[in-house]
Design a protein around this ligand. Sequence first.
Ligand SMILES: NC(=O)CC[C@H](N)C(=O)O
Length: 301
Amino acid sequence: MKRNDYLHIIERQLDEVTIALVGKYTALEDAYASVLKALNHAALFCNRKLKILFIHASDLEANTQKDDPVKYHEAWQQLCSAHGVLVPGGFGSRGIEGKIAAIEWARTQSKPFLGICLGLQCAVIEFARHVLHYKDAHSAEFDKCEHQVVIEMPEHNPGNMGGTMRLGRRTTHFVNDDSIVKKLYGNKASVDERHRHRYEVNPAYIEECEKAGMKFVGRSDDNERMEILELENHPYFVAVQYHPEYISRPLKPSAPYLGLIWAACGELKNVLSHVAKEQSPTDISAKSPSPFSHVNLFRHT
Ligand SMILES: NC(=O)CC[C@H](N)C(=O)O
């Protein structure tokens, strides 16, 4: 490596990328260990120093505004200062409204957003409430409302935690060639990722969501389960029903996480324009200022 290249890398590593992690267990960083690792792998690949802002989802809610306005304003100030927003997986209703508020903010402010599992379900609820105007829209996990845009999967027996979850490695097929995520995965026709959930997007609302710009670009083998969504006309609004962090590796970052970091750095468009032209995302790594130019960086198993 030439001295100048080396200096350039050092210089770029001083640039920071800030990601707001809007979760429930934020006091327990360990609960999000694999998410944090995946973010770090992606930031390393992009030569950015990663700064995580842990935000308690409930601090973004109206109740906190009433009871502790300083905490509420601090939480919103943190969210607004981030380059990108991540809503990770989770269970239970605490903090749900805060997660939905953070997602609405990312959607309307064109902030890069990645939702994981529950994060995807919250993105669909947010969209149904504020774009499709179903004010009561919710998940069956939390509310017996009229517009249940997230429902129990048939194989889940309520009250029987653990064994009834949809678990483990499953195949997701891309159904849309314009998908940003498909490009990030190296234009593969399908990808295998690990799952851990009981609820799913209600197929009854898919057509309406898609007409309004929320595209379900990745689906299960039988085309029934919505695995990846993307918003049209947004720099990076992506959510996945699976947990891509589980197979992220230091030198093989997970594609959806890499997309978030690239978008948060303002480089995603540039990177993807190379993919479109050259049809090979591995070429990007050779051209980018990254110190890593591993062939097969976008490997996906
Ligand atoms: N892992 C998760 O985020 C689970 C999401 C949601 N609670 C479900 O069971 O479907």
